[in-house]
Design a protein. Structure first.
Length: 570
């Protein structure tokens, strides 16, 4: 076991040293800690384990490995648990309103536990979508030596020798409604799509954020792709525990790592792998917590110079397991670095630069087409676009990975709730050429900015994925594909133009021109807005109401800003 200096107890000495701390030490001793344990740095191991989601159900095992690594390197690990919402199980009903809100609660709870118990450093372990950015946000906010580690991807299911993911189940519902699948075929897909623990298998939000964590340098190289059930994942967690002690020893902190240049690297990797649109929202939030100015224009600058080289679902053919077999996220980053498309000088949690981490890596000597050469990419530019227009004065986001139709113009079909839109789609009331508008589902309006995978997958399953458009102030799952525009801001609840759209209005989605427009003049929009009144809040008490009162626009990452307190106000 390594020995460590008491000088590394940068915060825990406030709990463990001095006669006045005898009561504090008594509480710690009751849990089996010895003098030797108390003399070492106390390291929080923030674990989002629960039995609510397969993405996180195995994290107790991984937390134990991380604790062993901390202890082997001379620290005293202290595990605690935060929440995690299952996006797949919360999808399509009221439960999805809690998903994005959970990101803030995860960050808040890790911050509070670290502050309350004066831990010196932190390992965060996460699985389902919002627990990844929530954990990284907490590290940035605390700015104590810390490192993130992903819980790992699920293995794909198989049916008739074809890979299955949760995306296939959602789209099968639409195919069943359209009469393209029998009830038994739908059941067969349901039974085989998710064979065990781990996060959804494609390059959806969790695997996108895991890839981004490596690109940011806040996670160990190669930690993003190993599946949840592989022994490699246990080894990654042990090494993460060891690595956090090195960060503490060298006083390397998250804000030393989470720089603007690191965020540019993350944006480049997100575009290169054809990742989730949620990556935009979460990178804005991470930048906010790290004190880095990041604008939507920065995403477009990086997109234009970054080719899409990952042939990954939902826009491609392969899943995260396939990427792991050929070298994982480091393979993507090495190709970008060699092409001058990645900043190699950024600091990482290894204590080395990105270039140093990547220069001596050896990749499996197998023929592969999961990751294309930079000079022969899937697309010469990234496919996650920031749109603007008179329907989205601040922003909107669309992912065009694997989508052949680049624009659409059609008549609006307007819904004020996701459920109403899904019911209309299930009744086959949406036809080719329609533009489905789902509003009052933004950060404040939902509240919680629901994902719409049930809706978008139903359209795709009916064969309408590239024949209709969809515009919402909510957001999408990483598994969404088609002409689907989310994050439309300002949102309807605060009087964004999406609030005054009527059935039959003509809307144009044009990814090549980066535009989202309704065929109305400025005076017509202004006239309608003058008559518009916000609806009553859907929640007036509890967590959802508190979130709605604090949350910012999607264009700012939907982060929560404290209400300004005026001294001596009455």
């Amino acid at each position: 076991m390594a020995k460590t200096s008491s000088k590394l107890k940068i915060r825990s000495r406030d709990v463990t040293e001095g006669t006045e701390r005898a009561p504090n030490r008594a509480m710690l001793r009751s849990m089996g800690l010895t003098d030797e344990d108390l003399a070492r740095p106390l390291v929080g191991v923030a674990n989002t384990w629960n039995e609510a989601t397969p993405c996180n159900v195995h994290l107790d095992r991984l937390a134990e490995k991380a604790k062993q690594g901390v202890k082997a390197a001379g620290g005293t690990p202290r595990e605690f648990v935060s929440i995690a919402v299952s996006d797949g199980i919360a999808m399509g009903h009221e439960g999805m309103k809690s998903s994005l809100i959970s990101r803030e609660i995860i960050a808040d709870s890790i911050e509070l536990m670290m502050r309350a118990h004066a831990y010196d450093a932190c390992v965060t372990i996460a699985g389902c979508d919002k627990s990844l950015p929530g954990s990284i946000m907490a590290l940035a906010r605390l700015n104590l030596p810390g490192i993130f580690v992903y819980g790992g991807t699920i293995l794909p299911g198989t049916l008739d020798s074809k890979q299955l993911t949760i995306q296939d189940v959602f789209e099968a519902v639409g195919s069943y409604d359209a009469g393209k699948l029998s009830l038994q075929q739908l059941k067969d897909i349901e039974l085989r799509a998710c064979p065990g623990p781990g996060s959804c298998a494609g390059m959806y939000t969790a695997n996108t954020m895991a890839s981004i964590s490596e690109a940011l340098g806040i996670a160990l190289p190669g930690s993003g792709s190993p599946p949840a059930v592989y022994e490699t994942r246990d080894d990654v967690c042990f090494k993460t525990g060891e690595a956090v002690m090195k960060l503490l020893e060298n006083n390397i902190r998250p804000r030393d790592i989470l720089t603007f240049e690191a965020l540019e690297n993350a944006m480049a990797v997100m575009q290169a792998i054809g990742g989730s649109t949620n990556g935009v929202l979460h990178l804005l939030a991470i930048a906010h917590e790290a004190g880095v100015k990041l604008a939507l224009n920065d995403f477009e600058k990086v997109r234009k110079r970054t080719p899409q080289i990952g042939d990954l679902r939902p826009g491609g053919r392969y899943v995260m397991l396939d990427l792991d077999k050929v070298g994982g996220v480091p393979l993507v980053m090495k190709k970008l670095l060699d092409a001058g498309l990645l900043n190699g000088n950024t600091l990482t949690v290894t204590g080395k630069t990105m270039k140093q981490n990547l220069q001596n890596l050896r990749f499996p000597s197998v023929r592969q087409d999961v990751v294309k050469p930079v000079n022969a990419p899937m697309s010469p530019e990234g496919k996650i676009y920031i749109l603007k227009g008179n329907l989205a004065p601040e922003c909107a986001v669309i992912k065009m990975t694997g989508v052949k139709v680049t624009s659409i113009r059609g008549k609006a079909r307007v819904f004020d709730r996701e459920e109403d839109a899904f019911a209309a789609i299930s009744r086959r009331e949406i036809v080719a050429g329609d533009i489905v508008v789902i509003r009052y589902e933004g950060p404040k309006g939902g509240p919680g900015m629901r994902e719409m995978l049930a809706v978008t997958a139903a359209l795709a399953g009916q064969g309408l994925g590239e024949k209709v458009g969809l515009v919402t102030d909510g957001r999408f799952s990483g598994a969404t594909r088609g002409l689907m525009v989310g994050h439309t801001a300002p949102e309807a609840m605060v009087g964004g133009p999406i609030a005054i759209i009527k059935d039959g209005d003509s809307i144009t989605i044009d990814s090549t021109k980066h535009r989202l427009d309704v065929d109305l003049t400025k005076s017509e929009i202004a006239g309608r807005l003058k008559k518009w009144k916000p609806p009553a809040p859907r929640y007036t008490w509890g967590a959802l109401a508190k979130y709605a009162s604090l949350v910012s626009s999607a264009s700012k990452g939907a982060v929560c800003y404290p209400v300004k307190i005026v001294p001596n106000a009455r």
